[in-house]
Design a protein around this ligand. Structure first.
Ligand SMILES: *Cc1c(COP(=O)(O)O)cnc(C)c1O
Length: 465
């Protein structure tokens, strides 16, 4: 049982047992909850610890790891937790359980944040949860930083560094590079398609050094992804390197995303005594799922609306009750251009029937014209400049009955300065780049360019060491 194990850990560290240990809030908390384990969506009998799930990424049977159950953590469980780091530690404690990361959890939560996550009221019963104050100005910083810090700690004592391979169409690669930069005993190789990302995205991908090597691939995103897959299946690579991935299906990116929903909903609950409804701009469904997970744990969250761009897998599923994958379609909200969301398998694992799904979420599909219109009117209507992703949530908010007397939180997933080509012409002025992002872009430098070929990549990884 967790309480005993936690107590042992305390004994090991202190050398002696004292009654103090029983008054330690962590121990009291551990006594109230048990340790969560992770099972594969495809083999519910295969249970693993958090460390295993983080390091494997994908389960051996090709399924995705999901928590076997959700701890019961109502608002009162967070009494005394005022900072987002403290809320994160309290919420994630049972999800870490007696895993080897248990003693490191406070430090991991500190390393995950270290930047503000403001909930800003903007009138008309609406607030904005700003998730773009991290190093690469998008919400993916949170998950990437938690995963990077956890993996670095798990590999501190390994003889050989861990090599993380990431293929990126833009934003994920920058968040992962930033998160792993200068972490000990971890090397990162980021592959992006040359000429297929925006200037500003390229600067965010090539501003790294030391243990992060960016490579421009003469091809498209699918070529980059195929190279990563090939490396993982290649015997020589497997023999000489300890390979891992940091892609968005890793449960280590999803779990920490619950923490900003916890923090924001508690803040709202403590101020207003009500549960905010939340609108989440969604593509691969990692962010939306994190919101649902937080609500399952007992956090005071009301309705959850997924705002999508013109890609239709989610709205089609809710309308027909049948899941169908689509070809992905290019829109202005590029990070949400997903026709077959990788987290759909998790969503359908937890809520397998049409009725269960419709009781859990609703969805609003938003066209490019509507995205443009919301960005154009943002300054006047909400005194805010929206990025194209967040604009889908704003459109969903505008469609709601203005007299419903409900309170809504819009999730702002990126800073508008990340998408100047779209935003600046619509608002008619330049958007200042936030300081952390400007610092990264100022360090941009030429990177090696290769054909989409494993031997070419091999040479780079070789002279990298
Ligand atoms: C990745 C991303 C999304 C979509 O999030 P999912 O977790 O894939 O649903 C939305 N907005 C921005 C800015 C993103 O980078």
């Amino acid at each position: 049982m967790t309480p005993l194990l936690t107590l042992h850990a305390e004994l090991d560290r202190d050398g002696t047992f004292s009654l103090e240990a029983w008054r330690h809030p962590r121990i009291l908390f551990a006594r109230e909850t048990c340790s969560v384990q992770y099972l594969s969506t495809r083999a519910p009998d295969h249970r693993v610890s958090l460390s295993t799930a983080l390091q494997e990424g994908l389960a051996p049977d090709g399924g995705l790891y999901v928590p076997e159950r959700f701890p019961d953590l109502g608002p009162e469980a967070f009494d005394g937790c005022t900072t987002i780091e403290a809320v994160a530690e309290r919420l994630l404690r049972p999800f870490v359980g007696d895993d080897s990361l248990t003693d490191d959890l406070p430090a991991i939560c500190e390393a995950t944040y270290g930047f503000p996550v403001p909930l800003r009221e903007i009138g008309r019963d609406t607030s904005v949860l700003e998730l773009f104050h991290g190093p690469t100005a998008a919400f993916k910083d949170v998950g990437a930083r938690f995963l990077a810090d956890s993996l670095a700690r798990l590999n501190e004592e390994a003889d050989q560094p861990l090599t993380i391979l990431v293929a990126t169409s833009g934003d994920t690669g920058a968040a992962v590079a930033a998160a792993f930069w200068k972490k000990p005993n971890v090397e990162v190789v980021v592959l992006y398609p040359k000429g297929k990302v925006s200037d500003r995205q390229e600067k965010q991908l090539t501003g790294w050094s030391d243990n992060v090597q960016t490579v421009a691939v003469r091809g498209v995103f699918d070529d980059c992804q195929a190279l990563v897959k090939e490396a993982f299946q290649d015997d020589t690579w497997q023999e000489h390197l300890r390979l891992s991935s940091a892609n968005s299906i890793n449960i280590g990116r999803l779990l920490p995303q619950m923490t900003y929903y916890a923090h924001a909903s508690l803040q709202h609950w403590r101020t207003h005594g009500t549960r905010p409804n939340v609108i989440v701009p969604s593509g691969n469904l990692g962010n939306g799922l994190a919101c649902l997970y937080a609500r399952e744990c007992g956090l005071p969250i009301g309705e959850v609306v997924l705002a999508t761009n013109e890609n239709r897998p989610v709205t089609h599923l809710l309308e027909t009750g049948e899941y169908e994958a689509f070809e992905s379609r290019e829109t202005l909200a590029t990070a949400m251009d997903v026709g077959d969301p990788s987290n759909m398998e998790r969503l359908l694992h937890h809520w397998p029937t049409a009725t269960a799904l419709r009781d859990t979420i609703t969805a609003e599909r938003v066209t490019d014209e509507q995205i443009e219109e919301q960005i154009r009117r943002g300054s006047g209507a909400w005194d805010t400049v929206w990025d194209p992703h967040t604009a889908t949530a704003v459109e969903a908010r505008e469609r709601l009955d203005p007299d419903d007397a409900q309170e809504w939180t819009l999730v702002a997933t990126a800073h508008p300065a990340k998408f100047p080509e779209v935003v600046e012409p619509l608002v008619g002025r330049d958007i200042d780049v936030p300081e952390p992002l400007a610092e990264v872009m100022a360090q941009a430098h030429p990177v090696p360019e290769i054909e989409p070929d494993l031997d070419a990549l091999d040479e780079i990884v070789q002279w990298n060491r």
